[in-house]
Structure formats: structure tokens, C-alpha cells
Design a protein around this ligand. Structure first.
Ligand SMILES: [Zn+2]
Length: 109
């Protein structure tokens, strides 16, 4: 994935290993996944998550695995697909909330 830094216009390939996780709130166990521009060090947030959200993300992985297995055996897996869709929406909403809460101003360095 090629990405361009909005700050310095440097273009670079984003690699899995350059994604870092940092704790933003010890009490609530809020984590931020981020990467830095290799040129100017500007930080970019990928995702802010709380334990509840990480749970939902894990649940989705399990559900999608089950759907895959069902479909391999010619079942539709529709019910599970619905659950998956619900979880996806919940995760998205949670992500927006956390972003609002934790990304106000403090993030630009
Ligand atoms: Zn930069």
C-alpha cells in the first residue's frame, strides 16, 4: 500500500511491521494503532480501540471463519452473515466514538 504524508508530501509504502500499537488510556485499556511518516515522523491513526471493540473484532473473525466453512459445505450461512453485518456496524460506530473522544487536537505533533 502506497501512502503519502499530508504534512511533508513524502510518498512511502506502508508495511505491516511499521504499524505500532500504543496505549492511550491505561484505565480503560484504550489502544491506538498507528504509523509514522518515515520522513517527518508525523503520526497517523489507523484505529482506536477499547477492550469491547477488540472483543467484537475477534468475534467477527470467528463468525467469518464459520461462514466460510458453512459455504464450503453448500450452506448459505445467511444468519451468521447477518450477525457479522451487525457487528461490523457496531464496530464502526464504536470507532467513531473513540475517535471523537481521543483524537481531539492532542494528536498532531
Ligand atoms: Zn511526513
Amino acid at each position: 500500500m502506497k501512502t503519502m504524508c499530508n504534512e511533508c508530501r513524502y510518498t512511502f509504502a506502508l508495511k505491516e511491521e511499521s504499524i505500532e500499537t500504543e496505549c492511550v488510556d491505561n484505565d480503560r485499556k484504550i489502544e491506538r494503532r498507528l504509523f509514522k511518516c518515515p520522513n517527518c515522523g508525523h503520526k497517523y491513526t489507523i484505529l482506536i480501540s477499547d477492550p469491547q471493540m477488540r472483543d467484537m473484532i475477534n468475534q467477527r473473525a470467528v463468525i467469518r471463519d464459520r461462514i466460510r466453512i458453512l459455504r464450503e459445505h453448500n450452506f448459505t450461512g445467511d444468519e451468521l452473515a447477518e450477525q457479522d453485518e451487525d457487528l461490523k456496524n457496531e464496530i464502526w460506530e464504536r470507532a467513531q466514538q473513540l475517535k471523537e473522544e481521543y483524537e481531539k487536537g492532542s494528536f498532531t505533533e
